[in-house]
Write a protein that binds this ligand. Structure first.
Ligand SMILES: [Zn+2]
Ligand SMILES: [Zn+2]
Length: 381
């Protein structure tokens, strides 16, 4: 068991506090997240491993059981039915090479179902996308999401049968929900085609749900989107997916969060970037200017002689850090020199005078090209 000890997996001691466990998990989860390691099988396995460990250790009840019984703690509930659930756990935790990883983690995380008939068939996971503004991402926001999903059929209470007594055990699989076929030395189990894995057949199917025990209806869920969330993040609302047929367990609802691009700020992780147009006079002479931040304007001091593309850092005016919202990124303001257009005659003349005083030639006149040409020929002759 030591090989896959949940505490070791998260790198915490057995008496670690909840917050230490959370912290350790988050750090590892970020490191091994599949999004950060595309195509990296090892990282994926590791991510599953740490997620499984956290799933147990974050829950005081599960953790206590785990402390007392180890991995055996989670075997009990799966023993009925014909499939030997011990197989799954043995593969994963018994050190036989990790070949069975998929199955146990599907149980933990609700992938496709390897659950046996006694648990019922798990409903599908669902996915919705929600868009939020950068301001909402900065403060955190609660969004109500409307979607449709399979829920328990009410006329039959999810039993699928019009009179609740008319269920019989499936004769094909003997109620197990799976059938085995032998190919040489290998025995392959698959979902029973007669009962579709439920282990029972319905003699008088409910007319509302055609014996499915569930029906599609609209639903809504309030999702708390944490401050500091990144674009293309995924949240999970457990048990908010489809109901499984015949009172089977619910799938999960995955909420993909998109942060819409902002008009004036670009974001890179927790930092924000803004291009600030300043008059060339201000850039030359120095002064102050107002710069936007996510929570109102701030006054920015521009030193005399500020060039184009000079970047000023305004501390703590970036996005809150997702894991510790009290820590914020910075705002980087880059100056862009705003070259004036549509000058009137007087303004033009002043600039010409200024230019001439600096020794600039060929400025300020529409005929400057002509002048240039003239000088070129003069020099040539
Ligand atoms: Zn029904
Ligand atoms: Zn069957």
């Amino acid at each position: 068991m030591a090989a896959n000890d949940f505490y070791q997996t998260l790198g915490v001691s057995r008496d670690a506090s909840d917050s230490e466990i959370k912290k350790a998990y988050r750090k590892l989860a970020v490191q091994y997240h599949p999004d950060k390691n595309p195509g990296n099988k090892e990282a994926e396995e590791k991510f599953k491993e740490i997620s499984a460990a956290f799933d147990v250790l974050k829950d005081p009840e599960k953790r206590a059981k785990y402390d007392q019984f180890g991995h055996d703690a989670f075997r009990g509930g799966h023993t009925s039915g014909g499939v030997d659930p011990f197989d799954l756990f043995r593969d994963v935790f018994g050190g036989s090479g990790g070949g069975g990883f998929g199955s146990i983690f599907e149980d933990f995380f609700g992938g496709s179902s390897s659950s046996n008939a006694s648990d019922g068939i798990r409903g599908n996971d669902l996915r919705v996308t929600v868009s939020i503004t950068l301001e909402q991402a900065a403060k955190g926001v609660e969004k109500e999401i409307k979607y449709s999903r399979h829920t328990e059929c009410s006329p039959c209470d999810g039993s699928g049968s019009s009179d609740k007594s008319s269920k019989t055990m499936c004769h094909t699989c003997g109620g197990v929900g799976q059938v085995a076929s032998n190919q040489g030395f290998i025995s392959i189990r698959r979902k029973c085609p007669t009962c579709n894995g439920s282990g029972i057949t319905i003699d008088n199917p409910c007319s509302s749900c055609n014996g499915q025990g569930r029906s599609k209806s609209s639903d809504s869920v309030k999702v708390k989107i944490p401050a500091g969330i990144n674009d293309n993040s995924r949240l999970c609302s457990r048990g908010r997916g489809d109901a499984g047929p015949l009172n089977g367990p619910f799938g999960d609802l995955y909420v993909d969060v998109q942060v819409t691009p902002h008009k004036v700020f670009e974001r890179d992780e927790d930092d924000l970037f803004h291009e600030l147009y300043i008059p060339f006079t201000l850039a030359t002479l120095g002064g102050t200017v107002e710069a936007p931040t996510l929570d109102g304007k701030v006054t920015l001091k521009i030193p005399a002689g500020t060039p184009c593309n000079k970047t000023f850092r305004i501390r703590d005016k970036g996005m809150p850090h997702l894991r510790s919202p009290a820590n914020k990124g910075d705002l980087y303001v880059k100056t862009i020199i705003d070259v004036p257009t549509n000058l009137n005659k007087e303004q033009k003349q002043k600039l010409v005078d200024f230019g001439v005083s600096c020794g600039d030639k060929d400025i300020g006149d529409d005929s400057s090209i002509l002048k240039k040409a003239k000088r070129f020929f003069e020099a040539d002759s």
